[in-house]
Design a protein around this ligand. Structure first.
Ligand code: PSV
Ligand code: MN
Length: 388
């Protein structure tokens, strides 16, 4: 196995983008609980995200969701972010909350509504031009609830045409990242249900179209690390939306439900060249903190990713390869498991201190007084939430 000292330098290359919406209130269709100090504005979301980066050094950028984070002046917003020590990242479009999109957006049978959905994506690219964001992330709620409700094949044709119109507008340094999800809100057929469908559209579009893998968007039991390996092999893994789930798209803290799965995913990321300075893979969280405090929830999340990345880096890949080739089934498995079972928390705490970071970011946040400060300060106004 590699030692911590062997891999310590590569830890500095880790960057995990935070979703602005993780700082707003969220919940289920049963109840959205509010929290004192929840941001009322995108600037306040950025301020909270900056706390995560200040204490962990892991989260230098923040993804925006449009129109949730719509402002008049994105240049100014970029400067606000910069002053806080973070930058604006991926722009997530949203064609799932307008009444017009009841029967679809980029797949809609009505040309007026399809054009409106395309125009929204172009508006997001305009924003990217100002913020300097590289990625337009498209997730579509499009789909049908009943067999016969829509023509499955025509919907794919319209989707391909819509995406092509969006792709044409991208700048040379910009990418379209297409996220898939197997169900919800559509319960019979979703128009981009799986990585294969996303990949097919990306291949048709061109090199700057890549797949977004949200870890919560698969049927239970799906081997997600296989998908990671395959997409990296094809050069089409654009980004991750990290979270974890026990049942469906639970959006829980990454690594909370299944730390071993996170380890296996990160091992394939490293194995496939998806980690490090030369990689174009964007690592993002896509989570909702329904009952836990949001800022510590985000801190815990990035620390979980860091911890599992560290363990995955510990795998002695040369020894593993040898064992695999020799048909040493249990030996090979043992090499992976040795790394997975290694507790790296003390080493990471020391490593943080050498970089001027708190040994325990969770404790440092609790002691910082920031939570009390925002609870006292952010009075009045409307708290931000998932969907607003
Ligand atoms: C859809 O469930 C999704 O994962 C997409 O990424 C959306 O943009 C995001 O959730 C919103 O929370
Ligand atoms: Mn997502």
């Amino acid at each position: 196995m590699n030692t911590f000292a062997d891999i310590a330098d590569s830890l500095a290359q880790q960057a995990i983008e935070l979703p602005s919406w993780a700082f707003g209130n969220s919940g289920t269709r049963f109840k959205v609980f509010t929290t004192p100090g929840t941001p009322r504005t995108v600037e306040e979301k950025l301020a909270d995200a900056a706390q995560v980066h200040r204490l962990t050094g892991l989260a230098p950028s923040v993804a925006l969701h449009i129109p949730w984070d719509k402002v008049d002046d994105y240049d100014k917003l970029g400067r606000v972010a910069e002053d806080l020590g973070v930058r604006l990242g991926t722009i997530n479009s949203n064609t799932f909350q307008d009444d017009d999109y009841k029967f679809g957006s980029l797949t809609h049978v009505d040309e007026r509504i399809r054009a409106k959905a395309i125009a929204h994506q172009l508006e997001c690219i305009d924003i990217m031009d100002v913020t300097g964001s590289r990625d337009l992330k498209i997730w579509l709620a499009d789909g049908t609830n009943y067999p016969g409700q829509g023509d499955l094949r025509d919907r794919q044709d319209r989707l391909a045409d819509s995406l092509a119109q969006v792709y044409t507008r991208l700048g040379q340094d910009q990418r379209l990242v297409l996220e898939y999800k197997f169900f919800e809100p559509a319960f019979y057929a979703t128009d981009v249900p799986d990585w294969g469908t996303s990949l097919v559209h990306c291949l048709a579009l061109g090199e700057r179209a890549t797949v977004c893998l949200d870890t919560g968007h698969h049927a239970p039991g799906t081997n997600i690390e296989f998908i990671v390996a395959q997409l990296l092999r094809l050069g089409r893994l654009g980004s991750f939306d990290f979270n974890s789930r026990f049942y469906a798209d639970d959006d829980l803290i990454v690594g909370a439900a299944d730390p071993f799965q996170l380890f296996r995913i990160l091992y394939e990321v490293i194995r496939g060249g998806g980690y490090g300075e030369d990689s174009d893979v964007a690592f993002m969280l896509d989570q909702c903190h329904n009952v836990e405090d949001k800022i510590p929830g985000q801190i815990r999340s990035v620390l979980n990713v860091q911890e599992m990345t560290t363990r995955a880096l510990l795998v002695d890949r040369a020894a593993l390869r040898e064992a695999e080739r020799a048909g040493d089934v249990l030996g090979a498995n043992g090499i992976l498991m040795d790394a997975f079972y290694t507790d790296v928390r003390a080493d990471l705490a020391d490593w943080r201190v050498t970089r001027g970071l708190p040994a325990d970011p969770m404790k440092a946040y609790a002691a910082s007084g920031y939570q009390d400060h925002i609870a006292a300060d952010r009075v009045g106004g409307t708290q931000a939430g998932w969907g607003a």
